[in-house]
Design a protein around this ligand. Sequence first.
Ligand SMILES: [Zn+2]
Length: 289
Amino acid sequence: MIFNKLFDTGKTGPKVVFFGAIHGNEYCGSLAIKKIIGDLESSSLNLIYGSVLFVPICNQEAQSKNVRFIDEDLNRIFRKTDTPKSHEEVLANELTTFIDQSDILLDIHSMQAEGPVNIFVDFPTIENRKFAKALGAPYAILGWPELYTNKGQGLVSYDTTAYTNKVGKIGILIECGQHSDPKAVDVAYDAIIRTLADFNVISDIGNKSVVNIDMKEITMTDLFIKNAEGDHFVSEWKHLDKVSVGQVIAERETGEKILANYDCVMVLPKLKGLVGREWFYLGKILGFL
Ligand SMILES: [Zn+2]
């Protein structure tokens, strides 16, 4: 059983669930959730309506080994299966029930590369857009499901927010910063407080629910898979670095250069990517969310 902690006011209101460490080597969500649990237990923070379910470490075994996953990426196979065949499929069967019991999900992640905080709004409903704007991040990234459908090259993405959307709930994913950056924990903590304030589960502490009207919207346009160990970047890209048309981004082991065909931004570059898996994405800044 996956450790989880429920705080229920007994009063009608939203049921919010927070996930940390869907990827084992991403610690900011786990640490921030544990801090909030401490705040609620000591009554330095108090809920006024609804309930909150915390799942600080969704993949405990992966976290204990400081790896992203044990058998397969939990955030690509996140759905119910009748006969789970991997460690992560067993976890997904239990984690999906937490979403079934809730109204709202915030899934908290960190990144391999450095870069600004951003929210993945894979299903840009009015509710999800409003939720994203409440978290104070400078960027929203859209278009993940369409990218996997159109350019996934056989890769699929059954992920937490896709499941949440499928069962008719509100759900977004936040990337709080680089894996080992201690500031990512503060970002995650702030995002949890803002979520609770935005949905009126706590009273608004320090006007945290002020909506961010300057949130830039990035649409994902391309996905690149690492084909061989010798595939390498030509520079140490950071998440959301600008890339100009014609600029060389990376070079394949075969010598083939990967160039930008349009002005764009680098999205989630994996400097230590695995062969056969997602290596980096490109996106375009289109306006404001
Ligand atoms: Zn992650």
